[in-house]
Design a protein around this ligand. Structure first.
Ligand code: FAD
Length: 303
């Protein structure tokens, strides 16, 4: 009930305008979002890097409908990559990008060309790009685009979602040497025809995918806050004889920070997904919807 309330709030443009008129620094958003601009993103990246954590910076932009908007997203990433390099924050910090923000709704060619420019800027800055996973209608285009990008930038990462029935097969295809794959549960509501619906089935799929990635030759990036799945991943890494630099954990900024610190202290590579930008409202509501009871308490207890 609370979850659907927050998800409905995520889609409300009136609430969005109201919330975004308050600076990130003044509200609950600061727990999950670095800030509204590059300067804030760099400041928080520095803090995380000083704590021994890697970063993947994700720009929160408005829906991209035109080539001009896609080019603006591309230019934003190119600029922030230059600033990360100048600040000495690469390779600790990389970026995550959505192909829809880079123009996938216009056509695949636009998204590919913009993503190519971002990958080129990342390579120039001595770091990498990971392409986020979006709804299942975009999965084929995402994987095809990443395979294409990897011809020039072999370390381009891709996110796969364990809740999709197809993902075990995708993991097999993408577990080749050098292949950086982020495995997450999946954040989009999907129909039963393409996705597991129960939490248990999603978790089982996550473990099957993890087995494929950990036993393969690629570089698994285990993106979850789930204590059981984190423990299983640690276990599988031991089973398959992977040393700590041969896989990484990824968690969202503001979520289970004590677990981020624990994993890093244990010698694991940990990367924090760090969103920034002025279009933070929908992202914040989705985070709250994931843990509505706990977060409602936080929201109401804050001044
Ligand atoms: P959940 O099922 O949400 O939670 C499992 C357990 O984890 C909970 O029972 C609790 O014990 C613990 N937990 C979870 N959240 C909290 C919290 N806030 N505080 C305390 N304990 C908590 N999705 C996509 O669709 N595409 C992407 O590209 C993508 N990229 C991601 C990148 C990263 C780094 C991460 C961490 C997630 C990403 N996601 C992405 C989101 C992901 O798909 C899930 O929606 C989200 O991570 C919640 O799933 P979970 O694995 O944390 O498990």
């Amino acid at each position: 009930m609370l979850r659907s309330l927050f998800l409905a709030a995520a889609g409300s443009s009136r609430l969005e305008r109201l919330a975004e008129s308050v600076p990130v620094s003044k509200g609950i958003a600061r727990r999950f979002v670095a800030g509204e601009d590059d300067t804030e993103a760099l400041r928080v990246s520095r803090e995380l890097a000083d704590d021994g954590l890697g970063v993947t910076l994700a720009h929160l932009s408005a829906d991209t409908e035109t080539a001009e908007q896609a080019a603006a997203v591309r230019d934003g990433y190119v600029a922030v990559l230059g600033r990360l390099r100048d600040a000495g924050l690469t390779p600790a910090a990389e970026v995550s990008a959505k192909l829809s923000a880079l123009g996938l709704r216009i056509d695949e060619k636009t998204a590919y060309e913009n993503a190519h420019a971002v990958c080129a800027a990342a390579a120039e800055a001595g770091t990498t790009v990971t392409i986020d996973a979006e709804d299942h209608g975009t999965t084929d285009a995402t994987i095809e685009t990443v395979l294409e990008l990897r011809r020039d930038f072999p370390r381009t990462g891709v996110a796969l979602q364990a809740h999709l029935r197809r993902t075990e097969g995708d993991c097999r295809e993408l577990s080749a040497a050098g292949s950086r794959v982020r495995l997450c549960k999946g954040a989009y509501a999907e129909p039963e025809s393409v996705a597991f619906q129960s939490a248990l089935d999603v978790d089982k799929s996550f473990v099957r995918c993890l087995n494929i990635l950990m036993s393969g030759e690629g570089y698994p990036m285990v993106a979850t806050h789930d204590p059981r799945l984190i423990a299983i991943a640690e276990d599988r890494a031991r089973w398959f004889d992977r040393s700590t630099g041969e896989y990484e954990f990824q968690l969202l900024y503001g979520v289970r920070p004590e677990e981020q610190a624990r994993l890093a202290a244990g010698g694991h590579t940990v990367r924090v997904y760090l969103p920034y930008g002025d279009q933070w409202y929908g992202y914040l509501m989705r985070r709250i919807a994931e843990r509505p009871v706990g977060m409602a308490k936080v929201v109401t207890s804050r001044k």
